[in-house]
Design a binder for this molecule. Structure first.
Ligand code: ZN
Length: 404
């Protein structure tokens, strides 16, 4: 079937096309441009001055709609995909947490199955394995009881059995972690520095061993400390200064104040930083008590008086019950794009790029997703000037639609 979206502002995201047209043939984009006599024919959908951009790609999702990836069922994955599709997400990495290895294997099995079966809504790109090879001092909401050192017998089995694995977050300073990094690089899996206490020098070794990305900047990472009179930079400073590393920001407005998001972007530029939700089951739901990886978490909108900005109603976040740390977000991708524009002050084009082309490139998918261009997968998000998602299209199929 051929669909023709007309009268919208097209964000490719390298330029905007006013009164633009996007034509979709089957699973692919056939035309992007202005109205003219060469535009292919198709079933017309007027998008009435809304924006149309590539679909959002979220490379760090634990849950949504009341369900968690660790449930290890196709039903849970389906609900999570549908919940995030309402927030404009068209492709995502299902993210596991630190748990006994058989529970992680159970979740990965479902992700493998989900990729074979194909979910009805947002495309399941694969798994992001976050833990158990993380540093206990930077565990955050990862259950410290189940943290372990990388063991080749264990991870070879996991990687061989579950080809869905596309990304692994590891603390590279742990004994055996560099060998794991090398193995991931060999297999074309994104090796990400996460929940790590590494020093700057250890980060350099990690880069040599194949680590190229850093998990949720500012969360679960070392920063500068002193040894006698001398300053030893940590993962945070290494990420900010080293162009070899890409990173991701949880731009839900809670995890990072606008000033720190600006600092990250000043240091790295918008081409090296994507946004992720790091969403838990609470995404798409209201405040309350939830569970993630066997830990109780609370979801609320309470922000300290000293915090830099007041956040609008409905801007919830998950915390450990003692409120000592965040436990993931309750956001969907459209909220992050909105925050980049409204809180950080980025041009819309740049904000959209950080939710589309940049994550596609980080995952090695930028020849097929993350850009509105002929031949690319027909993954599109339509939203209005108030950042309400109006329509989400995955590989040419409308998976979510509200009133236009
Ligand atoms: Zn994390």
């Amino acid at each position: 079937m051929t669909l023709k979206l007309t009268d919208g502002t097209v964000i490719t995201p390298f330029r905007t096309i006013e009164q633009g047209v996007v034509v979709i043939e089957g699973h692919q984009i056939a035309y992007v441009g202005t109205k003219n006599s060469n535009v292919p024919k198709g079933q017309k959908i007027e998008i009435n001055g809304c924006y149309v951009s590539p679909g959002f790609i979220d490379i760090h999702v634990h849950g949504g709609g009341g369900h968690d990836v660790m449930e290890g069922t196709l039903d849970a994955l389906d609900t999570i995909a549908q919940t995030h599709a309402k927030g404009g997400t068209t492709a995502w990495l299902a993210t596991t947490v630190t748990a006994p290895i058989d529970e992680i294997a159970h979740a990965l099995h479902a992700i493998n199955q989900g990729m074979i079966a194909g979910l009805e809504s947002a495309k399941l790109l694969g798994a992001h394995v976050e833990g158990p090879y993380l540093h206990p001092d930077q565990a955050g909401a990862q259950n410290p009881v189940h943290l372990r050192l990388p063991d080749p017998r264990e991870y070879f089995l996991l990687l061989d059995r579950f080809p869905c694995t596309r990304r692994v977050s590891v603390a590279p300073e742990l004994p055996g972690a560099l060998e794991l990094g090398n193995e991931l690089r060999k297999r074309g899996i994104l090796a990400s520095i996460g929940h790590s206490n590494a020093s700057y020098a250890e980060v350099l070794k990690a880069i040599e061993a194949g680590f190229s990305h850093v998990t949720h900047i500012y969360s679960g990472m070392s920063s500068v400390h002193r040894v006698s009179a001398y300053r030893i930079p940590g993962v945070l400073e290494a990420t900010l200064v080293l162009d070899e590393l890409t990173t991701e920001m949880i731009a839900d407005g809670h995890h990072l104040p606008p000033s720190l998001m600006r600092l990250v972007l000043k240091a790295k530029g918008t081409n090296q930083v994507c946004v992720v939700t790091d969403a838990i089951a609470a995404a798409g739901l209201g405040p309350g008590q939830y569970q993630i990886g066997g830990l109780d978490v609370i979801v609320e909108d309470v922000v300290p008086d000293e915090y830099e900005v007041k956040l609008g109603p409905g801007s919830y976040v998950a915390k450990l019950v003692d409120r000592s740390a965040f436990a993931g977000s309750a956001a969907t991708m459209i909220m992050l794009v909105r925050n980049l524009v409204n809180l950080v002050g980025l041009p819309l084009l740049e904000a959209v790029k950080m939710a589309t082309w940049v994550p596609a490139r980080i995952l090695g998918l930028s020849t097929e997703r993350g850009l509105l261009a002929p031949g690319f997968k027909a993954d599109l998000t339509v939203f209005d000037e108030n950042f309400n998602v109006k329509m989400t299209i995955v590989e040419g199929k409308i998976v979510y639609r509200s009133e236009l």
